[in-house]
Write a protein that binds this ligand. Structure first.
Ligand SMILES: [Zn+2]
Length: 677
């Protein structure tokens, strides 16, 4: 019997043959993929010929072709459409991957070849891109510990392996807590909830074979529930469940996992000669040091907190008018903020929502990409992994560019959040067919037969993830190492956050924000109010985010805490976090930081990128045209198509001619630095 994961894919655009792949195919396919990758890497390391760029670096770029194919399908499915079989395999695989990676990075013969090449790089007659890829390989080996003593290398491998196991356990605990909790609403608990939320709560019940309406811990249900439910008791109940994810004290509690992760990360940094984990992590980033990242966060923190404190007073007054004498609590903030939005901006989500149909917002994102970068989208009729997922062929100047898969609706088999990933990166090395990129979101599902409606926030998320997708799909490089989104973590949110700006361009909304029932475009007055309200509650949004980013940074730039939760309380109290504002992600469910290495001591990156995106979009405003063609062409060349061809600050300089300051961001969020009382 053949294994479809191991075959050549003669499908359109070499898409994975999703209709043939079963869960049972993965374990044997990984076995073959690991064996083939090991054989290829050993052949490179032990080759009798002297090292050349082609027989070493290019060969390394090809060594894991089969592994990338198998893992590309597997990890996308584990996130977007998981099953108990896949989850069990994921637990088994994470230490195997860690062991394989450290074995490769610790391969001394291999490292010596890379090291020799690197020391002779000036004489190798390399292209700019090749020189960059060689430098990145060399840096990767050093940062993995290839130059350490044998004893230290061995210990580092153990630490890395254990960290991978802990990261997986962290995510799985979180998924279990999210899956297991529902708040069933009795008929009289539904008062005050807008139709879109009722529909979503009914659909969530249906998906779990329950009757009536339920609220789950999915952001697209819980946030509107906290916004609209006048029932303070239910809001408190829902909120407490939401912030208790990963901290319920039972089998799925993440407390001990977090403590051990922090200890091991610190040990890893020490082994590699860095004083702490954040210093190690930030060295190759655009920020370069934890101090630079912290300075930026604090420059934003102070005016944001001042604004949030002024807002808290207003909201507490509104609560008093409702006859509630308790202090303003975290489960009150969104509810009274929504009321305030209604009174100050005469704007509420329920009035807006019919204008934000999922399909129209997809069309809007495609249209903006077309006007900026000349790409077109054609629906594809191909088998995918789930009936919710849809695929489009992306073309540019009549040529194939990429395949885009959009998988937008929430379901129990999907982990929470929204993300962009890929089944295959763009690269010219193997004459490949272009990227296969996927956006996964968790938008609430409308009842059968009705159009799916988004909140404005959801629409923003759609544009955000699509910005990542464009970064992946417009990539125009030779080597997978630097393809698309393979850039510094504090630079990778620039394309996504920048793309969000086009959602707020009035002509885009006039064209695509069409009422679901009447097809009429959003009225001019409502559109004006919507855009005017964009700065609304930015004190809250900035504080909840910045608190999480500062805790992440503090955890990793000081000795590992014995009791992380106590340390978190201390950090927040030193910062003076307003009582009614929780962290956007508290430690026990802070998946960015603890489910893997990705955003650890890197959650600041969103803000770092926002400094750039505010400044970059200002270039279009200065040009007087949100689609200014020469500017868009330069943006594509220097950022969207360039992948990791150069250091992030150089890429930004090439686009804008200078580096950005914090002013455009504060202006964009309506927070003026001068108002810090
Ligand atoms: Zn992002």
């Amino acid at each position: 019997m053949t294994n479809p994961l191991l075959d050549d894919w003669d499908t359109p655009f070499a898409l994975p043959p999703f209709d043939k792949i079963t869960d049972a195919d993965f374990a044997p396919a990984f076995k073959v993929a690991f064996a083939r990758a090991r054989a290829a890497i050993n052949a490179i390391a032990n080759a009798p010929q002297p090292a050349t760029f082609v027989n070493t670096i290019e060969a390394l770029e090809r060594a894991e072709t089969l592994m990338d194919k198998v893992a590309g399908v597997f990890f996308n499915l584990v996130g977007a459409d998981s099953t108990p079989t896949l989850e069990a395999l994921q637990r088994k695989l994470s230490p195997e991957f860690a062991a394989f990676n450290s074995e490769t990075m610790m391969n001394q013969r291999l490292f010596q070849r890379v090291d020799q090449l690197f020391s002779r790089r000036a004489q190798l007659d390399l292209t700019t891109e090749q020189a960059r890829v060689l430098t990145l390989y060399h840096r990767m080996f050093l940062r993995a510990g290839a130059a350490l003593t044998p004893a230290d290398r061995k210990r580092l491998a153990k630490v890395t392996e254990r960290l991978a196991v802990l990261g997986t356990a962290f995510s799985q605990n979180l998924l279990a807590d999210e899956r297991n909790w529902v708040l069933a609403l009795a008929p009289d608990d539904l008062d005050g909830l807008p139709d879109f939320l009722l529909d979503a709560a009914r659909a969530a019940a249906d998906a779990r074979d329950l009757n009536g309406h339920v609220i789950t811990l999915s952001r697209s249900l819980i946030v509107p529930f906290l916004q609209f439910s006048p029932r303070r008791d239910l809001r408190e109940k829902a909120f407490r469940a939401w912030v208790s994810r990963g901290a319920t004290g039972g089998d799925t509690d993440n407390g001990e996992i977090v403590r051990e992760i922090l200890v091991l990360r610190e040990e890893r940094a020490h082994l590699l000669g860095y004083e702490d984990f954040a210093t190690f992590k930030l060295a190759p980033k655009m920020a370069k040091t934890p101090a630079a990242a912290k300075d930026l966060l604090m420059a934003v923190w102070k005016p944001a907190r001042a604004q949030a404190e002024r807002d808290a007073e207003v909201l507490e007054k509104m609560m008093r008018q409702d006859g509630i004498n308790a202090p303003l609590s975290a489960w009150d903030w969104r509810y009274y903020a929504e009321k305030r939005r209604l009174s100050e901006h005469a704007l509420n989500e329920a009035e807006l929502k019919p204008y934000f149909q999922l399909d129209q917002m997809i069309a809007a994102a495609f249209d903006c990409a077309n006007r900026l970068f000349g790409v077109s989208f054609r629906p594809l009729d191909v088998p995918l992994y789930h009936k919710d997922a849809r695929a489009w062929e992306v073309t540019k100047n009549g040529h194939h560019q990429a395949v885009f898969i959009g998988d937008y609706l929430a379901r129990p088999s999907k982990r929470s959040g929204a993300w962009c990933s890929r089944f295959r990166p763009q690269s010219r090395l193997n004459g490949a067919t272009g990227a296969i990129t996927v956006n996964v979101c968790n938008f609430a599902r409308a009842p059968e037969g009705q159009p799916n409606l988004l909140t404005f926030d959801d629409a923003r998320t759609l544009f955000h993830e699509f910005g990542h997708a464009l970064h992946s799909m417009l990539s125009d490089v030779t080597y997978p190492m630097i393809s698309g989104t393979a850039v510094a973590r504090d630079f990778v949110e620039l394309p996504s956050q920048l793309f969000e700006h086009w959602l707020t361009v009035p002509e885009v909304l006039q064209k695509y924000a069409l009422h679901a029932d009447t097809g009429q475009p959003i009225p001019g007055a409502l559109l004006k109010r919507l855009l005017a309200a964009q700065n609304f509650d930015q004190g809250f949004a900035t504080v909840e985010y910045t608190a999480s980013a500062l805790v992440d940074l503090a955890f990793h730039s000081a000795p590992a805490p014995k009791d992380p939760m106590a340390r978190q309380r201390q950090i927040l109290s030193d910062l003076g976090l307003p009582a009614a504002i929780p962290m956007r992600h508290a430690t026990p469910h802070f998946a960015h930081v603890f489910s893997g290495d990705g955003y650890s001591s890197g959650y600041y990156s969103y803000m770092w990128s926002e400094v750039m995106d505010a400044d970059a979009f200002a270039a279009f405003e200065e040009a007087g045209d949100p689609f200014a063609p020469t500017l868009a062409a330069r943006l594509e060349r220097t950022i969207f198509a360039a992948g990791g061809r150069q250091e992030a600050d150089q890429a930004y300089l090439a686009f804008r001619g200078r580096l950005p300051g914090v002013e455009a961001l504060l202006k964009g969020r309506g927070l003026s630095a001068g108002e810090d009382g």
